[in-house]
Design a protein around this ligand. Structure first.
Ligand SMILES: [Zn+2]
Length: 328
């Protein structure tokens, strides 16, 4: 019996009878991190990292279960389980499961770039490594974060000179706090959309140093020269009417493709991602050096082709799961 299989509720460990980031409410769930596509509400008992616990409480409401320190091991029905930093957002974890000498590691979402807002990715050796592959094409190669923060600063300066507010859209959890960290030392005011305030407060309480930011003031306040962080969904809503003169930007790995910025109607795109880019995916698989790699959360066909040419055993997770089901 494999350590993990893919069930209709998500990734499942039969020996320990628990799921990892399940899609539907279950009895026992390991939650890799607090993003909504991984942390869904309704589970009876949650296992998650200590650092992600306050974020999960905020997002899921009352949370019962157990918080683990990174590297701390527990045993459930003969399966040794530990969580290890994934470098994705505050508290994000890889899951290591060991059963009868067989080690599987599930990456969750991860990145290899430096990010002072969370603990850096740890290479954990495994027989089978399940990797996310959100950006699994050779075109995705991230610039240095310091370069991107300098670009954002320059755009903000240009907006201020033109008397515009610089409204910078980004995901409310992880990216907004990473940008605020990158804006430490800024001299003009920074404002946060309401959706980002409690999450940013949790980061501050966890000891993450970031630039000061106030709630976006009521209508009628002059916001020219300010930097305003907002979720992408705020653009095109009445919320935007408070800005007389405005330039909009979007921070995401998807901004690597110029067409995405134009299609989404932003004035500027900045390439900063909390996921591994193409070189980091390859680097990570080579460093872990597993006997087998399974890819999930994205189209892994290009990476599968490339890694097979290097002699790697690699496949899409759902493909393996389907074959296993076919075998009965
Ligand atoms: Zn995520």
């Amino acid at each position: 019996m494999p350590v993990l299989t893919l069930s209709d509720h998500g990734l499942y460990c039969p020996a320990a009878d628990l799921y990892i980031d399940p899609w539907r409410p279950v009895d026992k769930a390991i939650i890799t991190h607090a993003h909504a596509d991984h942390a869904r509400p309704g589970h009876q008992h949650i296992l998650a990292s200590q650092e992600s616990w306050p974020l999960l409480q905020h997002r899921l409401g009352s949370t019962t279960g157990q918080a683990l320190r990174y590297g701390e091991g527990i045993s459930i029905q003969g399966v040794r389980i530990s969580l290890h930093p994934a470098g994705h957002i505050l508290g994000s974890a890889q899951v290591r499961l060991e059963h009868k000498g067989e080690v599987w590691v599930v990456s969750g979402d991860y990145k290899r770039q430096s990010d002072p807002t969370c603990t850096a990715f740890e290479v954990v050796h495994a027989h089978t490594f399940i990797s996310e592959v959100t950006f699994g094409l050779p075109v995705y190669r991230w610039p240095e974060p310091s370069t991107v923060f300098a670009q954002i600063h320059q755009w903000w300066d240009d907006c201020a000179e033109r008397g515009q507010a610089a409204v910078l859209c980004c995901y409310a959890l992880g990216k907004a706090q990473r940008i605020l960290q990158g804006m430490l030392g800024a001299e003009r005011p920074i404002y946060l959309h309401g959706a980002m305030q409690p999450l940013t407060q949790i980061y501050r309480e966890s000891g993450v140093q970031m630039a000061q930011a106030a709630p976006v003031p009521v209508k009628g306040t002059d916001l020219s020269g300010a930097l305003v962080l907002a979720p992408p969904s705020a653009v095109g809503t009445p919320w935007m009417r408070r800005f007389n003169r405005v330039s909009t930007g979007f921070v995401s790995g998807w901004m690597q493709l110029r067409g995405n910025r134009r299609r989404r109607g932003f004035d500027r795109g900045f390439v900063l991602s909390d996921h591994a880019d193409w070189p980091a995916l390859i680097q990570t698989i080579e460093e872990i050096n597993p006997q087998r790699t399974l890819l999930t959360h994205g189209d892994g066909s290009a990476l599968t082709r490339w890694m097979r040419e290097q002699g790697r055993d690699i496949a899409a997770l759902h493909q393996v799961a389907r074959n296993a089901q076919d075998d009965g």
